[in-house]
Design a protein around this ligand. Sequence first.
Ligand code: DLL
Length: 436
Amino acid sequence: MAQNYYQKEAETMPYEQIRALQSEKLVKQVKHVYENVPYYRDLMDKKGVKPEDIKGVDDLHKLPFLTKADLREAYPYGLLAKPLSDCVRIQSTSGTTGKRVVAFYTQNDIDMWEECCARAIVAVGGTKEDVCQVCYGYGLFTGGPGLNGGSHKVGCLTLPMSSGNTERQIQFMMDLKSNILCCTPSYAAYIGETLKEMGYKPEDNHLKAGIFGAEPWTEEMRRDIEKSLGIKAYDIYGLTEISGPGVSFECQAQNGMHINEDHFIAEIIDPETGEVLPEGEKGELVFTCIDKEAFPMMRYRTRDICVLSREQCSCGRTFVRMRKPMGRSDDMLIIRGVNVFPSQIETVLIQKGYSSNYLIEVDRVNNNDTLDVLVEMNPEHFSDTVKDIEKRERDLADAMRTMLGIGPKVHLVAPKSIQRSEGKAVRVIDKRKLHD
Ligand code: DLL
């Protein structure tokens, strides 16, 4: 029988109660990790911290951080806190550089993770009456398996499509009357574009909501997707190390993602000094897993840059909200000394009426950084004269200069000439790395 996955008692707990619950779980978790993970025990010993020093959330800052470098060093089993025979699943990141991150799950870990995804589906209005089409990748990537499990828990009729074969996606979506679409925002935009090309209007489909995440996307892109699919588009966040999608999710207020604080403690730190920052300040997001058994990350540095808010949410949930991450500290480009996030470029493009199909190319010529932005023309611009196109390019470059503080060279290219993504989009090519 499908349960109710608006878990009101947990999700609307007063703040003091959340802190007390987190403290109680943290004390137990630190002991579990110290006793079972020699790698983390060494880090604690080096810092001179013993499990007895951690009496609650107020002592969290005493614990050492874990970073991606630790995960690589400890690969594959060094951070495992349970015998392998107690684990039932492995998931992994799509990591393009170095060793992939391999995360382990016990059955309880899977249940907790899927519950988080179920909460996300219910928060956007999903019920057991809905047909939920999951077109995140299945396999080692956590997107497909996570939302699939959540959809089952809610009792939705689940369509495990995985990504790709867009025309077939659309055919199933129409024939089986899908109401909820789960995929990356870049793939949602592509589905919207393809629907239009196939002659469908936004009101022709049965979708009501989309649950889009796994990559940064802007408010402007949200509005575009909502228009092209005729739905409400909601954000969902997560990472393999912490479980997968559903670490946090947006509710119908569409105003930040509630972090499942009964399972994860969130902190924002200064990425340079590691110092914990007060609520409302921008910094690097750090998570501590207080319920996970097999792979309990302690103070894991996500490299995602964002802001937390405890302001009351109109949905009634009390779990802290994180703003859309504005990028990762390692996605941030430093061009001629200026910090540039791809999302800033996307904002300008959509504000100016272009699509989110763009490619940023950074290079170094004669010791000088260059920034080129390739942008697809809209079909109606295609017949413009060369002079008109050059004027459009200058306009866009000016708007980007105002936003970024440095001027790019903008190149308008033919519609559909930039490769579409079925998973996480690749928006940046940094050729400087090839010369280093
Ligand atoms: O991307 C898990 C996921 C699947 C989340 C499906 C949401 C939906 P990883 O492949 O380990 O896991 O990548 C995690 O992706 O640290 C962020 O940098 C980025 N990311 C994930 N969700 C969002 C989001 C999955 N909503 C990394 N907005 C994270 C911005 C996101 N960035």
